[in-house]
Structure formats: structure tokens, C-alpha cells
Design a protein around this ligand. Structure first.
Ligand SMILES: [Zn+2]
Length: 378
């Protein structure tokens, strides 16, 4: 079996045409490469949400600057300089994570390394990942280096721009990468699968795109994880991305709405392995039902496991609440709000089974407001 990181390596960007949805940035980068050595190149900051594809784009740009085949053929991915970027080290290229090496001494050593051999290129590129972690002393040394060494291009990859050195930022051109539209991301995943001859179900790619919120880098990482286990099926994607509890949750609430406590209970225990996970999931779900019932869709950010459920999956739940509403002559909104309030008020650290019994009794038990759902045939 091939490991996920080896597969991810095969997914890497090969040219600008592979890059999704960052058109403004690409145009600007192309222009810089064309201008080439006639001009000093600006130092760059790539920022945006984690997993959006910043570091991959930064590496591709480095390869285009350094490749021995300048122009149309770049990056060739075969020359020493292209390979140097791939293995993250050469006399022309230095890459490291400031989170792992925030100190000034480490940076100085890596600069020395580039001077020990003959670099074959005009440019020297430093890619500093997680650059918001740089210590002040280290940022100072970089500032001096980038002002003094004119053949050096710094690329800072920054997750949280507010934490990044202001002095460095003021000397860089800042590019903010964004998430991409769902269908475009699915197409990109499909193209990668086709190129690598992976066997896949289209629904699986859609689940991965949805669960990663349109972040290309994260989606490719997850795809590599799924592919490392075999065929890219929906079932495998659900499992790998830890999304299975969404379906278990639907089954659990269907059983509750039908008045089948034992079945509901066994699903409830399967939702997560600990009390906190189960309660948290119930809270998300109650909130999700509220949105599904009132506006017909889910706002982004409730939970990937619920966002990935197909529209049809929600139907039996919404119908169940409607039925209950009719039987009890209580508006469906108030019933759903009752569930939301109950679970919202549960402390995540209390034993979840006791809370579940309590909630079931409160929401579905046969009480003075009419016959409970238990007597209704299904
Ligand atoms: Zn090359």
C-alpha cells in the first residue's frame, strides 16, 4: 500500500494552469516571472485560510523562477533546480517552517548553506512557512538579508496575517488566496484522479470538496488519505473524513421521532466514543434541523458531517417533526426549538446517556400534551 504523503506528492501542482480560482494572483505572478532579471523581484506574502493551497502555489512559483528551462517550458520538474524545490533544499532554494524553527540561528545556518556551493541560478529563493511564528530577532535578520542580498526572493506563507511581522510585511506584496467554488474543486479532484489513474466515485469527490469547504490544499490532502486506503468510494471518504456520524444521527432522530427508544439509543451510542462528542453532535444536529426546517439549507460552518448529507437524508426527519406537530397541535417551529434549547442547554461533560433519556422523555415521551409518537404505526 502506498502512503498518503507519497500520493499527495503526486498530486502537486505542475503548472499555473492547474491552479484554481486565483486568477488575479496568477496574472500578477506571471508578469513578475516574465519581467525576470531586468528588475528586482518583489518579496511575497501568501496568506489565506489553512489548507487553501498557499504553500503549493509558493513552491510552484519558486520552481518557475529557478527552473533551468526558463520561459514556456518552466517548470520542467526534471532539472536540478526543480528537483531542489521538490525536496525542499538546494543551493538556490531554502524552505522551512518557522513554527519548527522560529529562531535566528537556524535561519543564519540555512543562509550559509546556500553560499557553500555554486548556485546554478540567477535567483535564490527562501520559502518561510508558518511565517507568523518567526521570533522578532529572526525577522530582523531576514529584514537585513532581504534589503542587502538583491538576488534573493523571500516568500512568506502566513496563516494569520495579524500575527506576522509588520516590518517584513511592509516590504512584501501580499496575496490573499481564497476558497474555490464547489463544482470547480470537484472538477480539479476529478482531473487529478484521472491523471493518476485512481478509481473513484464522483459522489466521494463531492463529499471531499464539501467537507473541506472549498480549500484546495486540504481537499487534495484528504483525497490522498482516502486513496491510500484503496478505491476512492463514498463509504471510504465518509469514514476517513470522520463524517459517518451524520448518517448515524439521522437514524437516531428518525427512531426518536418514531418513538423507538431502544433503537435511538443504540444509534446515539454510535455517534461518538465519548460524552462530549455525542453532546456536541446532538447540539449541531438540533441547530441544523432548525435551519433545514426554516430556511431549507445549512449555513456554512455547522459541521462538515451534516453539510455533506444529501437533501433526501433530511426528509424523514422533517416529516417526522411535521407529523408530531400535527398530532400535538403544536407548531413545528416550537417543537424543533424545544429540541434545540434542550440540547443547547446540556453540559458537554455530563454523562450523555442520562441527558439522552432526559431529552427523549421531555421531547417525545407521552405527556399531557397528547399521545406520544410511540403509538403511531410506521
Ligand atoms: Zn526545471
Amino acid at each position: 500500500m502506498v502512503g498518503a504523503s507519497a500520493i499527495l506528492d503526486r498530486f502537486r501542482l505542475r503548472r499555473f494552469d492547474d491552479v484554481l480560482g486565483q486568477d488575479g494572483i496568477l496574472g500578477s505572478l506571471r508578469e513578475k516571472i516574465d519581467r525576470g532579471r531586468d528588475d528586482r523581484l518583489p518579496h511575497l506574502v501568501f496568506t489565506g485560510r489553512r489548507g487553501v493551497g498557499k504553500r503549493s502555489l509558493a513552491r510552484l512559483y519558486a520552481q518557475m523562477l529557478l527552473c533551468e528551462k526558463a520561459g514556456e517550458g518552466a517548470p520542467c520538474l526534471k532539472c536540478n533546480e526543480c528537483k531542489g524545490v521538490s525536496i525542499r533544499s538546494s543551493f538556490s532554494y531554502v524552505e522551512f517552517s518557522a513554527r519548527r524553527f522560529p529562531d535566528e540561528r537556524y535561519f543564519r545556518e540555512r543562509v550559509e548553506q546556500t553560499k557553500m556551493g555554486m548556485k546554478g541560478t540567477f535567483w535564490r529563493v527562501f520559502l518561510i512557512d508558518d511565517a507568523e511564528w518567526l521570533e522578532a530577532a529572526s525577522a530582523d535578520v531576514m529584514l537585513k538579508t532581504l534589503e542587502k542580498e538583491l538576488d534573493t526572493v523571500f516568500i512568506f506563507v502566513v496563516n494569520d496575517i495579524a500575527q506576522f511581522s509588520r516590518a517584513l510585511r511592509s516590504r512584501c506584496q501580499v496575496f490573499r488566496l481564497t476558497s474555490v467554488e464547489h463544482q470547480a474543486l470537484v472538477s480539479r479532484l476529478k482531473a487529478v484522479c484521472d491523471r493518476e489513474s485512481l478509481i473513484y466515485e464522483e459522489r466521494a469527490l463531492s463529499v471531499i470538496a464539501q467537507a473541506t469547504g472549498g480549500r484546495v490544499g486540504e481537499a487534495l490532502t484528504r483525497l490522498a488519505e482516502v486513496a491510500s486506503l484503496g478505491e476512492v468510494t463514498s463509504a471510504s471518504a465518509w469514514r476517513t473524513l470522520n463524517l459517518e456520524w451524520g448518517e448515524t444521527m439521522i437514524a437516531c432522530w428518525q427512531a426518536q421521532l418514531r418513538g423507538q427508544l431502544d433503537e435511538a439509543l443504540s444509534h446515539f451510542e454510535g455517534i461518538a466514543s465519548d460524552d462530549e462528542g455525542r453532546v456536541r453532535a446532538m447540539q449541531s444536529f438540533a441547530l441544523a434541523v432548525h435551519f433545514r426546517s426554516s430556511i431549507g439549507t445549512l449555513p456554512f460552518g455547522i459541521s462538515p458531517a451534516l453539510e455533506c448529507l444529501a437533501d433526501e437524508a433530511w426528509l424523514p426527519i422533517l416529516e417526522g417533526w411535521e407529523n408530531l406537530s400535527r398530532r400535538r397541535s403544536v407548531p413545528v417551529n416550537s417543537l424543533i426549538e424545544g429540541a434545540m434549547k434542550f440540547w443547547g442547554g446540556v453540559n458537554r461533560l455530563t454523562p450523555s446517556l442520562a441527558s439522552f433519556h432526559n431529552g427523549y422523555e421531555r421531547l417525545f415521551g407521552t405527556q399531557k400534551d397528547g399521545p406520544g409518537p410511540g403509538i403511531v404505526a410506521t
